[in-house]
Each structure stands twice: as structure tokens, then as C-alpha cells.
Design a protein around this ligand. Structure first.
Ligand SMILES: *[C@@H]1O[C@H](CO)[C@@H](O)[C@H](O)[C@H]1NC(C)=O
Ligand SMILES: *[C@@H]1O[C@H](CO)[C@@H](O)[C@H](O)[C@H]1NC(C)=O
Ligand SMILES: *[C@@H]1O[C@H](CO)[C@@H](O)[C@H](O)[C@H]1NC(C)=O
Ligand SMILES: *[C@@H]1O[C@H](CO)[C@@H](O)[C@H](O)[C@H]1NC(C)=O
Length: 502
């Protein structure tokens, strides 16, 4: 039955193709949507229907691309020749294709951007080739180009005037080249996105951005910058400066960025933030892997995520965090925090995630916001937990206490109504009757505690086996009573929290 159906549809397909007069060349698949794809070919095949719009020749072996390859195919809108080993594209190869919008030549062996591309082109991808420089003549006439992708080539110098024809350019990808110097100021009034990650840029002159007034996203990660470039365009929304050598963030260098929402300066050498960063629209600030000794203060009130992992922070005080009323995620793991002022986060009434693992805390900070959903305290030096430290955490779902110095827990501590997971491994637990009772209470409420808490219920009390036996018996009776009292059907409501490795 199935093959009958299949057969009928194949027949239908062919009759439809015939109705359109489509002849499909050998080694190609032709769809009635005027789209042709060919496999295992060494040259652009002849005999392609003249009304083809989309030609996909990816993953073939085509060393040279010539104008005559496309003779008669004047309706072509998209040509894709990526991963073909192309070494040369003849000048004016696509001049007879007045509707060509997209040309994909990624992952080939081109040494130059092809010349004489049609003015209709909107998207040009020449990433992952061997291009060493950009000549202005290559882009002449491309006044409709919106996307230019030249990433992962061997460009060392970027001359602004090479790009001057590209009046409509919106996205420019230059990541993964060897750009050391940038000369002049590119005039790209529509440029929205400029990505130059993983180059060798050590400085950008303030003139560089003068004519990039529409720029919203600037990606400069993985360069050799020692400071934040001056005169960044005011329209910026996202700025990424990760993996550079920036030592300080200064309000005066960035004060004009009033729309900036995401700033990422991870893995630099930032030791200070002078005068706070008064960026009124900032919602996310990433500063992990720097040399901060104190939390950046006076940050924007709209901030939702502050990531200061892996710095040299020693304390958390209210003074630093005052005003951050919208903070939801605070990442402070892998610092040397010993002191966490009581109620330091009292204004952060939206905070749901607090990551404090790998610090030097000896107790759970007091007065944490009741909005917390996830609290991470792995690998600190916590010896005991007081009921008052946690009893306000009515929304807490995940509590990580792995690798601390806890030997006991009291029943009051684990009464948190929404608790779902508790990580308890790596502590020197003393498996007393009390602790077993806690364990059973947690299990009865279906809190996930793994296997690690007192896996072998052998209460160790004194050396006398008889006393031990009696204690064990009493323990069992108590636990049986507890089981009757417990109410495992407590409703929990899920809220968002970051899911990261415990
Ligand atoms: C900031 O954003 C607003 C709203 O999108 C916009 O009207 C304004 O022009 C932007 N400012 C700059 C300098 O681009
Ligand atoms: C923040 O951004 C909004 C829109 O993106 C803009 O209208 C507003 O002016 C900005 N706020 C400030 C204080 O500049
Ligand atoms: C903690 O930080 C140190 C240096 O600051 C780093 O070498 C180490 O990899 C970090 N550990 C983790 C687990 O992130
Ligand atoms: C375990 O707790 C019991 C009862 O509180 C106590 O007597 C004993 O010394 C504790 N053992 C250790 C190793 O702390």
C-alpha cells in the first residue's frame, strides 16, 4: 500500500515537472520551486532550466567559476558554492544575473573578493577563505549589500575606504582575521552590527566610529585592547569586550551609551570601576575573570544580571548593591568572599539566583531576599546552619551545600515549602538519629537529595552495641511516627532559575 502511494506521488511530481518543461541535469535534484541542487560535480552543469532562481552547489569540486557557467540563467536570485575548493571567481561572473541577491562562497580557497559582482547583491558570504586584503574596487556598485561576511580570512589591515561603497550595509563580520590596524573612518550609515572578534586590534581611534551612528551591536572580544574605545556610537545596545587586556572601566568613557543594555568585559584585567557605571539602560553586566577586589557600586537600577565570578572579591555589603531593585541573577562564585553583610541584598526584591560557590563563607548569609529560587553555596566552609538564616526563603527550590563542613542539620532548616533539590554530598555528616529524621522528612516531601546523605543508616552512638541497638530501635520508631505526620502532597510552583552544574 505504502509503495503504491509513493509511486503515485512520484508520477505526480514528474508530470508536474514536465508541465513546467523542467529538465533536470544529471546529478542534480530539481524542485518545482525553481530550485536546483547538484552533487558530486566538477563544474556548473549545463542544461539547467532557464527560470531557476536558486542554485545550490555546496560540497562539490569546482575550482573555477566563470561567467559562461551561468549563461541564460538570468532569473537567478541565490547561488551557493560553499565548500567547493573554489580558487577563482572570474571578474563579472554574475553580471548577467540582474536579480542575484545572495552569493555564498564560504569555505573555499579564494584569495580575493570576486570583482564585478552584480549591484542587486544583498548578501555576500566569503568567510573561511584565504583573503589577505580588501580592495575598494571589489565592492564598487554594491549599494544594496546588507550583509557582508568575511570572517576567518587572513586580513591584516582594514582600510575604511575599501568599504565606502556599501551605503546600505547592516551587518559586517570580520571575526577571526589578523586585523592589527584600522585606518580611516568607515562611512556606513546603516551599519547595525559590527563583529571583529578574534583579531589583533590593540586600539581603535575615536574617529573610527564617527560615521557608524546606527551601530547597535559591537563585538570586539578576543583582541588586544587595553582600554574601552573612546567615542563609541551612542546607539549601541550590545558591547562585547571579553578576552582583552582592559584594566579599568570608566564612566566618562561610556557615559554617552544611554541605550546600552548588555556590556560584557569578562576575562580582562579590570581592577577598578571608576565613578560607577551610570548606564541607565544596562540590564546585564558581565565581569567574570577580572581582578576586582570590590563589587562595582552605583550601577544602573535596571540591572538584572550581574556576573562577577572569578574575581578577588572579599566582601559583599549593602552599600555596593543598594539601588539594584531589578537584579535577578547575581553570580559571585569563585571569589574569596569571607564577609557577607546581613541584609546586604535587602533592596534586591527580584533576586532569584544567587551563586556563591567556591568562596570562604562560614555560614549562610543572613537576611537573604525571600524571592530566591536557587542558592548555591557549594565549596565554602559552612559548619552549621541556623534556622533563622533560611526560614524566610519561602520560594527556594534548589539549595546547594555540597563540599562544606556540615555534620548536622536540624529539622527546622529543611521546612522550606518549595524545596525540590538539595545537594548535600561532600560534607562530614554525623549520621545521628536526628539527621536520619531530616533525611526522611526530605524524602517524604520528595525533595531530591541524591544518595549521599547517610547512605548506610548505622547510627553511631557510643561503643556499647546494646545502647547502639536501642538507639537504632528508637530511631526507627520515631521515623515511623514522622512518616504518619508528613504531608507529601505539598504543591510546588516552578519558577525560573539557572540550571548549571551542581
Ligand atoms: C535610544 O533608544 C530609543 C528608543 O529605541 C531611540 O528613540 C533613541 O534614538 C536611541 N538613542 C540613540 C542615541 O540611538
Ligand atoms: C533607555 O532606552 C529607552 C528605549 O530603549 C530610551 O527611550 C530611553 O531614553 C533610555 N533611557 C535613558 C535614561 O536614556
Ligand atoms: C576559579 O578561579 C581561578 C582563578 O581566578 C581559576 O583559575 C579557576 O579555574 C576557577 N575555577 C573554576 C571552577 O571556575
Ligand atoms: C555525632 O553526634 C553524637 C550525638 O550528638 C555525638 O555524641 C558524637 O560525638 C558525634 N560524632 C562526631 C564524629 O562528631
Amino acid at each position: 500500500m505504502m509503495w503504491m502511494l509513493w509511486f503515485t506521488s512520484v508520477i505526480a511530481f514528474y508530470s508536474l515537472s514536465c508541465a513546467h518543461g523542467l529538465v533536470c541535469p544529471k546529478k542534480c535534484v530539481c524542485e518545482h520551486t525553481k530550485s536546483v541542487q547538484c552533487f558530486r560535480i566538477q563544474a556548473v552543469p549545463t542544461g539547467i532550466s532557464s527560470d531557476v532562481r536558486k542554485l545550490n552547489l555546496d560540497y562539490n569540486h569546482i575550482k573555477e567559476v566563470k561567467a559562461r557557467d551561468f549563461t541564460g540563467l538570468s532569473d537567478l536570485q541565490e547561488v551557493s558554492l560553499s565548500s567547493c575548493g573554489v580558487e577563482l571567481v572570474e571578474a563579472n561572473a554574475f553580471l548577467a544575473q540582474p536579480s542575484l541577491r545572495l552569493l555564498d562562497l564560504q569555505k573555499n580557497k579564494l584569495r580575493h573578493v570576486p570583482r564585478g559582482l552584480p549591484p542587486s547583491l544583498e548578501i555576500l558570504r566569503v568567510g573561511h577563505n584565504h583573503i589577505q586584503g580588501l580592495q575598494g574596487s571589489a565592492f564598487e556598485g554594491l549599494h544594496r549589500l546588507r550583509v557582508l561576511d568575511i570572517q576567518s580570512n587572513m586580513i591584516t589591515v582594514l582600510r575604511a575606504n575599501a568599504l565606502s561603497a556599501l551605503a546600505k550595509l547592516e551587518c559586517l563580520y570580520l571575526d577571526g582575521n589578523r586585523i592589527e590596524s584600522l585606518s580611516g573612518a568607515p562611512r556606513l550609515p546603516q551599519l547595525n552590527m559590527l563583529s571583529m572578534a578574534s583579531n589583533r586590534i590593540s586600539a581603535l581611534s575615536s574617529a573610527f566610529f564617527a560615521s557608524l551612528q546606527s551601530l547597535r551591536t559591537l563585538q570586539l572580544s578576543g583582541n588586544l585592547l587595553t582600554r574601552v574605545p573612546h567615542e563609541l556610537p551612542r546607539a549601541l545596545l550590545h558591547l562585547s569586550l571579553d578576552h582583552n587586556q582592559i584594566r579599568a572601566l570608566r564612566n566618562r568613557d561610556m557615559a554617552q551609551l544611554r541605550n546600552l543594555t548588555v556590556l560584557s568585559v569578562s576575562a580582562n584585567r579590570v581592577a577598578s570601576i571608576d565613578g560607577g557605571l551610570r548606564l541607565p539602560n544596562l540590564t546585564s553586566l558581565e565581569l567574570s575573570g577580572n581582578q576586582l577586589k570590590v563589587l562595582p557600586g552605583r550601577l544602573a537600577t535596571k540591572l538584572e544580571t550581574l556576573d562577577c565570578r572569578q574575581n578577588s572579591l572579599q566582601e559583599v555589603t549593602h552599600q555596593h548593591l543598594t539601588g539594584m531593585r531589578h537584579l535577578k541573577h547575581l553570580f559571585l562564585e569563585n571569589n574569596t568572599i569571607r564577609h557577607f553583610e546581613a541584609n546586604a541584598l535587602r533592596n534586591c526584591l527580584q533576586l532569584t539566583n544567587l551563586a556563591l560557590e567556591q568562596n570562604l563563607l562560614t555560614s549562610i548569609p543572613e537576611g537573604l531576599p525571600h524571592t530566591l529560587v536557587r542558592l548555591d553555596l557549594k565549596q565554602n566552609r559552612i559548619e552549621t546552619i541556623q534556622e533563622r538564616e533560611v526560614k524566610t526563603l519561602k520560594r527556594l527550590q534548589v539549595l546547594n551545600l555540597r563540599n562544606n563542613r556540615l555534620s548536622s542539620l536540624s529539622l527546622g532548616v529543611v521546612q522550606l515549602p518549595r524545596l525540590q533539590r538539595m545537594f548535600l554530598g561532600g560534607n562530614p555528616w554525623n549520621c545521628t538519629c536526628e539527621l536520619l529524621r531530616v533525611k526522611h522528612a526530605l524524602l517524604a516531601r520528595q525533595v531530591d537529595i541524591g544518595e549521599e546523605l547517610c547512605a548506610e543508616p548505622a547510627p553511631h552512638v557510643g561503643e556499647h552495641w546494646r545502647a547502639s541497638l536501642l538507639e537504632g530501635q528508637r530511631c526507627k520508631e520515631d521515623l515511623a511516627e514522622d512518616a504518619e505526620d508528613s504531608d507529601p502532597d505539598e504543591q510546588t510552583e516552578n519558577e525560573d532559575y539557572y540550571e548549571y552544574d551542581a
